[in-house]
Structures are given as C-alpha cells and as structure tokens.
Design a protein around this ligand. Structure first.
Ligand code: 5GP
Ligand code: SF4
Ligand code: MG
Length: 465
C-alpha cells in the first residue's frame, strides 16, 4: 500500500490526491482520503479504483475541505479472502474522548488475528476485515490522555510491519515499526509538511526530501514543528530489500540510494554472475527495465525493446484472481516480433513468483521466432511468502519453493534461467561485503526464509512452521 499525509496548505485534499496518484503503483484496488477543517470537522471519502478516476476537483476534492489530510492507496494482501469491501478501505477513523483521529497503514500486522479475537472478547465492534483496524481499537482501550500516547500504547502491542500516517484535529503523525520494514519519508514545501511512502510523491508537489522517518520513530507535526519520539525498543533495522528490487518506483530514493541505480547495479551483478552469449538484452517491462539496462551495459550486448508494454494496464500481479492474472500478461505485454525473429534473447525480469509471467512471455517470444531465450532474474528465487505487506502466495504456489533452477528451466521451456545470488543483491544495494548472515542488514525473508518478525497468526493457522 501507499500512504501520504500533509499539514499546512489550504487545500490539503488536492495535495493528498496528487501524492496518492504518484504512489498508485503501491496499490490500485482502492483509495481513501480523510481531511480536517477547523470549522466543519472531519471529512472522508473512500472509493474503489484509481485515484485519478475518483479524486478529481469536480467530484470529491471539493467535498474534502481543510488544511490537514491523509490518504491511502490499497493493495490487498493475502488476508482479504472474500474480496475487499469498501469498509476495508483506509484511512480508518475513530472518535476518542480527546477527539477524532484517522490512520492509514502500510504493512501487515502479523498478530492481527490474535489481537482481534482478544479485542472482540473484550467488547470491540469491528467494522472491517482489515488487520489495521486493530490499531484503532487498541487506541480506544488505552488510558493515555493524548492521541499520540494512545497510538504508542497500541503499537507496542502490535507485531509486524507498519509505516503509518495518522492525523488528529491539529496534528500530522508518522510512525515506523522498530525494524523499519516499510518506507516512510518526511518532506517539506515552505511551511507545508508532508509524509509519504516514497519520495516520488514529494516530487509531484514540488516538496523537498527532509529525511526518512527512522525505524522505530514517531514524528508528530503541529504548528509547523516536528517533534520526534522513540516509542519502541531500538533494534537493528531490517528494511524490505524487495522495495529496492520491485516495489518502489525507480525515481524514488530509498535509504539515500536511487532505486533506479540499485536496479541497474543488480543487472551489472547479474551479467557478472551469469553471463551468456546472446544478440539482444530485453526487459520484461517496466519492472525489469533498469536491471536489463545494467545487464546490457556490463555485458556489451545491446539493449532493445523486445517486449512492449501497454501503458494503460496496471501491475498484473496485483489483480487478485488467478484467471485475471493469466489474461493479464497478454493484456499488458506484447512481443515486438520484427525485432525478435532469429535472435538469441536475454530476458530480464525482476522476480519469478508463480511463474505465470515467465511462462507466457516465453511462449510469446518463441512464437515470434526467437532462436534462444535466456531468463535473468533480478532477485533470488522467491521461495517464501511475505507476511509484511507484499502479497506473495503460500509456498505451494511459489515456483521456486517447489523446483530447483534447473527444473524451472525445463518447466518454462527456456535455454537457461539464472537468478541473482543473495550476496549479489546485497552488493547491488550498497553492502560491499554482501549479506551479514549473523545479523542481516535487510529483511529478505521471501528469499531466505529468515523472518525477522515472528509470523504469529500464520503459525497458529498452520500456514508456516
Ligand atoms: P509471476 O507471474 O511469476 O507470478 O509474478 C512475477 C511478476 O509479478 C514479475 O514480473 C513482477 O514484476 C511482479 N511481481 C513479482 N513479485 C511480486 C510481488 O511480490 N508483489 C507484487 N505486487 N508483484 C510482484
Ligand atoms: Fe520485503 Fe520479502 Fe521481507 Fe516481505 S519478506 S518485507 S517482500 S523482503
Ligand atoms: Mg514485472
């Protein structure tokens, strides 16, 4: 998901809508905005679909007055079995003795089921199926006298990954879990302060990056001032390495590094680790493009646009049903036949999850008359589900959990397939010595099975041991 918040401009909702539009790649299922105006109080709108189709000036923006606002774009994660309802769409709102508060959450609470059961037994009435709603109920039960203090209380009971943007009548609040698994940055445009999942949403409104909200930090912004709190026990951060590989936009800056540059470096590493003789390097666009450019630069094999992407399709993976996902590949990608015929092609993609994309692409590219197809993948084999906010399926559906690389080569019917090594990936994100196995610098659980936060609910449900 993507979260965004702003305090200070007369028309906060316009800023939030622009910010969410720049974060749309983080979730396309639904979006919501809550604002506050001193005279009229809180205002909210939640809609399915894209920000640009819903939050226009003529329709919703004018119904969201005020100079303080937060928003959320939703990407449904594994939990939403019966499909998302509009009441699952964030931000969520709660009324407390000291006034209202709204929160927008990116990440996943790994003990949400356990907390929900306990809260329901004690009288909480849940409105949604979302794990994030627990936070509101935990806040309601807190005996603290301010909303930031109640949030701290609540979040100390929550396990898992969270980057949260929240607001009261007068404050904009940002929090990251102690490991800082999901991103969150602080930006500013004159007197206006902004919180955003990624820096690309600061660019769209002309705000400058001040700094990241740090892992384990809560920032409270009021009257143009930023206060920093440290509600959680300090730990070595474990930022999601997959944000660098796929999830974030390539024009964002993560941990002081250009995402594009990291992806290009992954391609360079891949060319070193898994060289191959070929005529063309092609990307599976858009997510494979920067790594393909790096592969081409390091190998000297020319880069070409052998696969063309229909710009009017979103991210295929994010369509929740199997059937749509299968069609999705063809709706989104097509082979540039004239270029491919008779060529030995290196195809670079960011990751192989179920293998749906790779299988379809291989069919299309052999159909177009390619002489050879060599897959080069910009992440290690995805062999474990993510429980921290990225929607990966259970192990039985993950290709790499059930096949060796050589079995995948046979299954996909390609001439070769190679994945970047975990150490190679760490080098590409700037860790010259590779992965520190005793205390890894990132979360890489979907590749290593090394989960930095115990997935409590998944263990209880028997989905993992
Ligand atoms: P597959 O078709 O193998 O199931 O998924 C691989 C494709 O989906 C890749 O081209 C990649 O761009 C995208 N993708 C891969 N991993 C993930 C993920 O964990 N989350 C999301 N949202 N998309 C992914
Ligand atoms: Fe990121 Fe993978 Fe960790 Fe999930 S398991 S937070 S996708 S590195
Ligand atoms: Mg892709």
């Amino acid at each position: 998901c993507g979260v965004f918040g702003v305090i200070g401009p007369p028309d906060a909702a316009s800023f939030v809508a622009l910010g969410l539009h720049a974060l749309q790649h983080r979730g396309q299922e639904a979006g919501g905005i809550i604002t506050h105006e001193a005279r009229t109080g809180f205002h909210a709108a939640h809609r399915f679909g894209l920000v640009r189709d819903n939050f226009t000036k003529a329709s919703l923006i004018d119904s969201l007055p005020g100079s303080l606002g937060i928003g959320h774009v939703r990407y449904s994660t594994a939990g939403s079995k019966g499909g998302t309802q509009i009441r699952d769409v964030q931000p969520f709102f709660g009324e407390f003795t000291m006034g209202g508060a709204a929160i927008a959450h990116n990440g996943n609470i790994t003990n949400a089921n356990a907390l929900r059961r306990e809260l329901i037994e004690r009288g909480s009435i849940f409105q949604s199926n979302s794990d994030s709603e627990c936070i509101i109920h935990l806040m309601a039960r807190s005996i603290q006298r301010t909303i930031p203090e109640r949030m701290k209380d609540a979040l100390r009971r929550v396990e898992g990954a969270f980057s949260i943007v929240a607001m009261t009548r007068t404050k904009l609040i940002g929090v990251r879990d102690a490991l800082g698994v999901r991103p969150l940055v602080l930006g500013r445009l004159g007197d206006v302060w902004v919180l955003s999942s990624e820096t690309c949403a600061l660019d769209i409104i002309g705000a400058e990056l001040v700094r990241e909200v740090e892992p384990g930090e809560m920032v409270v912004i009021e009257n143009g001032e930023v206060q920093s709190h440290r509600p959680f026990e300090a730990r070595r951060p474990r930022f999601c390495i997959f944000e660098h590989v796929y999830f974030s936009r390539p024009d964002s800056i993560l941990g002081g590094r250009s995402v594009y540059e990291t992806r290009r470096a992954i391609g360079v590493e891949l060319a070193k680790e898994a060289p191959v003789e070929a005529d063309l390097v092609c990307a599976v666009p858009d997510s494979g493009t920067p790594a393909a450019i790096g592969f081409s630069q390091a190998s000297g094999i020319p880069f070409a646009m052998g696969i063309i992407r229909n710009q009017y399709m979103g991210r295929t993976f994010i369509e929740p049903t199997e059937q749509i996902r299968n069609m999705g590949v063809r709706l989104k990608l097509n082979v540039n036949r004239a270029l491919i015929r008779g060529k030995r092609v290196v195809l670079v993609d960011d990751s192989v999850v179920r293998g749906t994309t790779s299988l379809k692409i291989k069919e299309m590219i052999l159909d177009a008359g390619a002489a050879e197809v060599h897959f080069r993948i910009a992440s290690p084999p995805t062999a474990w589900p993510c429980f921290y906010g990225v929607d990966t399926p259970d192990r039985d559906k993950l290709l790499a959990a059930n096949m060796t690389a050589d079995e995948m080569r046979v299954h996909l019917g390609v001439d070769s397939i190679r994945f970047i090594s975990l150490d190679g990936l760490y080098r590409a994100v700037g860790e010259a010595q590779g992965r520190d196995a005793s205390e890894p610098q990132y979360c890489d659980a979907c590749f290593s099975g090394d989960y930095p936060v115990r997935p409590t609910d998944m263990i209880s449900a028997g989905r993992i041991r």
